[in-house]
Design a protein around this ligand. Sequence first.
Ligand code: GLA
Length: 375
Amino acid sequence: MIAGTPPMGWNSWNTFGSDVNAEVVKGTVDAFINEGLKNAGYEYIVIDDCWEADHRVDGRLAWDKNKFPEGIKALADYVHSKGLKFGIYSCAGTHTCAGKPASFGYEELDALTFAEWDVDFLKYDFCYVPPGVDGPGLYQRMGQALRVTGRPIVFSICEWGVNDPWKWGARTGGHMWRTTGDITDSWESILKIGFEKQAGLESYSGSGQWNDPDMLVVGMYDEGNVACGGCTDAEYRCHFSLWCLLAAPLMIGCDVRKMNKATREILLNSDVIAVNQDKLGCQGYQIGSVFHGRERADVWAKPLADGSISVGLFNLGERDGRRLSVAWDSIGLNNRCSCLVQDLWAHEDLGSFTGHFSTLINKHDVALVKIIPEK
Ligand code: GLA
């Protein structure tokens, strides 16, 4: 099955934008192996916009020869030779968002070209759609064209939530669809895209069809990126915790060749990733969001296949040391029941609790716990 669990990988856009090239991609592949990202489950290496030449050649999409001197197929071969999968980008309109040639009217030919290059993942954007053209219909056309190739290709719909793609994305053959506009490397963006806009979409998600709140910005504070602002480690932990609870695709957006210790600890935490990749495929939902003035706190829960429940207690306010709690009856358990509670970030057993669990959390930080009912 394609995308049976949320796809995990890396995408060039957040850090490299129009500067993507073969050297960056190969270096990323090597870092995937050397840094343990591949072993942690990250799989797809995706080049975003600006891989294309300015014009088609014999009707076909062509690559920028300066950036990819050996061509795209050779790059895909390199990615595959390391046991990873290769993804590419195009757009449903006449041009990509960066103004390169795109697939409108060329869907079958482009799908065939991608299949010939052994592409495993297609991110399909929504710029330059001619006026009056039905947006969802264009995704249906590319979804169909991809199926005709016979190659299993993850179809990643990047329509920014304009026409509620969660309602029709799966029908077009989409395996994931962006629910919002672009994320930026800032706490405000994480709040808006993650905590504001995802609640309520959980019933549209499941195995093979995932809501996509955009790529990860974890670790983008390193030098030499196009980030605006950056986040603290705790803020990145909140971001990653929420994306895992949401069963969101985990597409890394930082320069993995230059990760620092904190970035590694976030992106490689196996217990947290296991929440995201859980076989039940259930998107987490918001149990509660409370405000005391500007002090916001959120609690999100994601049921897991083994009968346990992962819960994120998020202090989204400005005061340190806030006590947040989750009551058993808010997550479908009887308050009389006792549960083992594990801290997933710390890989630590916190003991047995009855009725509820509470803990102190600093500002813009999270406690991500697993609540395991005792038999
Ligand atoms: C849009 C998408 C981004 C990225 C750029 C590329 O803005 O939403 O994720 O792909 O286009 O130009």
